[in-house]
Design a protein around this ligand. Sequence first.
Ligand code: FES
Length: 112
Amino acid sequence: MAFTALCHTGDISEGNTGLFQAGRKSVLLVWPKGGELKAYRGRCPHADMPLDNTTFDGKKVTCLIHNWGFDAVNGKCVTHLVRNTLHPYPLRIEGDEIQVDVGPVKPARSPA
Ligand code: FES
């Protein structure tokens, strides 16, 4: 496993989500109300679109492209009878840093 720094613990709070970058990979952090912080691949498992247009009610993440909803705790789709799930990444907190293991990470492209 190779954990990569993603953000600081102060960048997200319980009951909220945030989309962050680990190199070229986007990571959706989700902190369910009354639950533990989770990290998922930042792309929707329905049509592989970026999860940058979502809502979160504290329990369910909804991708607003086609309104599929996913359980924040386990990533399972809860609005359609499909097996599509958000792809989880291992997550750990070191000091005030949130780290994830997204597999091999390429550096982000620098602006031209
Ligand atoms: S791409 Fe997210 S619901 Fe279709």
